[in-house]
Design a protein around this ligand. Structure first.
Ligand SMILES: NC(=O)c1ccc[n+]([C@@H]2O[C@H](COP(=O)([O-])OP(=O)(O)OC[C@H]3O[C@@H](n4cnc5c(N)ncnc54)[C@H](O)[C@@H]3O)[C@@H](O)[C@H]2O)c1
Length: 318
């Protein structure tokens, strides 16, 4: 498989996934409704695509002889609650288009990420198992359960090679997050370096599962390339590190002692409270060898180093 289409390619995850895929020898066609980051053009051929336009998608799949699709176009959790109809259109209609075109045009493999938002208030919150109660209360979460189930239906019905992984909050030094409930865990680093203080939009003891971007990229490529005959499941929990804003602030203070955090919870608190605190990824470990490489300490060092370079600021070591 060589020619890969990435949708939502101007977003947080794609902008780091595309260079990594290109370095592995894939020929990447990137696509979004927004312009791509400049660096991405070194690694891919960009074409504008609104995933709600099924025929435009089909044209691109034909023109570039697409063999695999990584479907990252999405409206994330917080933005989805602000505009549920937009989220329904992009996340649900967009997914239907991708799966239908993939099946009709003989695309070999689809990876479409899910999220911990696919879980809901009645899901067990600690070490949430791979197979458990899924009754989310956000439109984003509902669209992710639909992603998992419709993708798995296409596997059973049409033999399409669909794969999905439930990302926790993704923490990256390169790109800003796109309107999710875990965005505090990225914003805090920018504010710690630039202003030495941060007002967090969830309460200090809100434990949430997170993952450093290098882990996210490894998990995505590993699952995309996993031998199909080893996969019993098609949707996988992937865990990184679980922590609260208070725990993260304490770790940051080891490097920036004057850093202060305060808390002003908003509507995102309710979304955060409906999600797991930690997740069990044994199934991903067993079926395709997943393993997270970052501790909280590693994550803080990685973010402060990378962001300090980016923001050209100096941070003292402990
Ligand atoms: N970043 C996270 O913390 C996180 C966590 C869990 C799951 N995910 C999932 O990972 C995937 C990628 O997320 P991300 O963080 O890169 O999101 P993002 O918001 O940064 O990027 C999504 C991209 O989709 C594009 N888009 C929106 N509407 C579109 C449309 N109609 N047609 C084409 N493109 C459109 C946007 O312009 C944006 O560039 C999504 O499926 C998301 O749900 C992300």
């Amino acid at each position: 498989m060589k020619n890969i289409l990435v949708t939502g390619s101007s977003g947080q995850i794609s902008s780091e996934l595309i260079p990594a895929l290109s370095k592995r020898g894939y020929n990447i066609i990137s696509s979004d409704i927004r312009d791509p980051p400049k660096e991405e053009l070194e690694y891919s051929t960009f074409t504008r695509l609104d995933v709600t336009d099924r025929e435009a998608l089909r044209q691109i799949v034909r023109e570039y002889q697409i063999e695999g699709i990584i479907h990252n176009a999405s409206i994330l959790s917080a933005k989805g609650e602000e505009n549920p109809y937009l989220a329904m259109n992009v996340n649900i209609r967009g997914l239907e288009n991708v799966l239908t075109v993939a099946h009709e045009e003989n695309v070999q493999r689809i990876l479409s990420p899910s999220s911990i938002a696919a879980f809901g208030p009645s899901t067990p919150k600690i070490d949430t198992p791979n197979d458990t109660i899924m009754r989310p209360t956000t439109i984003y979460g509902i669209s992710k359960v639909y992603t998992e189930l419709l993708g798995e239906y296409f596997v059973l019905k049409f033999g399409l090679d669909f794969r999905s992984l439930r990302y926790p909050g993704i923490i990256s030094a390169k790109t800003l997050p796109g309107g999710g409930t875990t965005d505090w865990a990225v914003e805090i680093f920018y504010k710690a370096i630039e202003e030495k203080k941060y007002t967090c939009f969830v309460k200090p003891d809100t434990m949430m599962p997170m993952m450093a971007m290098p882990d996210c990229i490894n998990a995505t490529i590993q699952l995309f390339e996993a031998p199909e005959d080893k996969l019993i499941h098609r949707t996988f929990n992937v865990a990184g590190i679980s922590f609260t804003p208070q725990m993260l602030a304490e770790e940051i203070k080891k490097h920036i002692p004057e850093f202060i955090i305060d808390y002003k919870p908003d509507y995102r608190q309710q979304i955060a409270d409906s999600w797991p605190k930690s997740i069990d990824d044994t199934v991903a470990k067993e079926e395709w060898g997943w393993e997270s490489k970052f501790s909280l300490e590693d994550l803080v060092i990685y973010m402060l180093d990378e962001l300090s370079k980016k923001l050209k600021s100096t941070v003292s070591s402990p």
